[in-house]
Write a protein that binds this ligand. Structure first.
Ligand SMILES: [Zn+2]
Length: 327
């Protein structure tokens, strides 16, 4: 399945990143099924499902999401895939054969932004590393302490504002789920991120979940990696093989696309039993049943400009479709 996507977007290319832009894109769609999930703050999470018309159950099923509000390249990549599958903009010509094949063979659900209440507060469209230091970026990410100027608010699965000094800056990664409680969407089943997944997975029973993340790659020459699941070696052999095979396919596609991944995808937190146990409790019940791949593309570093960030996420999306077709 050849797709006409090639090369990196031009610097003035108009990416969809902020929640208002995502909403405007979705208003233009006619074909796909649209589901919505409301956050406690009233913000809307959109889930766009292509290929779910008649006879969908025989198709391959893929779920794609972007959980963390400080990681914009995943939103932009999801929006590009939505545009391509809907034949909008630059995808109006030359993509018909690709689109027909994908819609015929796949059910694809995209949740471009699983935390719009966070995204809407981002001070920049992309973190390009040109003028905001990583130290400052980390304060935007998980917040600035209300007790000490310039100190980071901790990264925790959840916190209650009655039990802590309220942060001076509320980290955009967190989602508020009631009057007092904030959760890290990727680590707490009460997040609207997980709620949207579980509800849609009950309907479609996805085989693969591609989760689009970003990280800084401090003191590293690399700018993209697949993080294999911390529970990988506890999974049945057949599931271990599938997770590893998709990870290796993504690393190979990134090398072709100009990215710099590790030689092989790695399993994080192998020497941190606390983190590992915590992540296993959340993710193992999911990774046992489906292939869950996490991309990490460099954030907030001039070595990986905005267009490259989106390009690498989109390359991973396209490669996942290809891998699902041939495996
Ligand atoms: Zn992330």
């Amino acid at each position: 399945m050849k797709h006409p996507f090639s090369g990196i977007f031009t610097p003035d290319y108009d990416f969809v990143v902020f929640p208002g832009d995502v909403a405007r894109l979705i208003e233009q769609l006619e074909g796909p099924r649209i589901d919505t999930f409301k956050q406690w703050t009233g913000d809307t999470i959109w889930a766009v499902t292509f290929g779910a018309g008649e006879d969908w159950s025989r198709k391959k099923k893929l779920f794609v999401s972007r959980p963390h509000a400080h990681e914009p390249a995943g939103v932009a990549a999801c929006a590009e895939l939505i545009r391509a599958l809907a034949g909008l903009g630059i995808y109006a010509q030359g993509w018909d054969a690709w689109r027909e094949t994908v819609l015929e063979e796949f059910v694809i659900t995209l949740v471009p932004d699983a935390n719009p209440m966070g995204s809407v507060r981002a001070p920049v469209t992309f973190w390009d590393g040109s003028h905001i230091s990583n130290e400052r970026f980390f304060l935007w990410m998980f917040g600035e302490s209300g007790e000490e100027v310039g100190a980071r608010f901790p990264r925790v699965a959840c916190w209650d504002k009655r039990e802590v000094t309220e942060p001076a800056l509320l980290g955009i990664a967190y989602e508020q789920i009631d009057a007092h409680t904030f959760v890290e969407p990727n680590r707490d089943y009460r997040s609207t991120f997980f709620k949207s997944f579980f509800e849609l997975n009950d309907r479609y029973h996805y085989e693969v979940w591609l989760d689009l993340h970003q990280t800084e790659f401090v003191n590293s020459d690399r700018n993209c990696d697949v993080h294999l699941r911390t529970c990988l070696y506890d999974l049945p052999a057949v599931m271990q093989d599938k997770h590893q095979a998709l990870g290796e396919a993504l690393h190979a596609c990134w090398r072709r696309a100009g990215g710099v991944p590790r030689d092989r995808p790695s399993v994080p937190y192998q020497n941190n039993e606390t983190q590992k146990a915590f992540l296993n409790a959340v993710w193992r019940p999911i990774s046992e049943k489906m292939v869950h791949a996490v991309t990490e593309i460099q954030n907030n570093n001039p070595k990986t400009p905005n267009e490259m960030q989106v390009h690498l996420q989109l390359a991973a999306l396209m490669e996942t479709l290809h891998w699902m077709r041939v495996s």
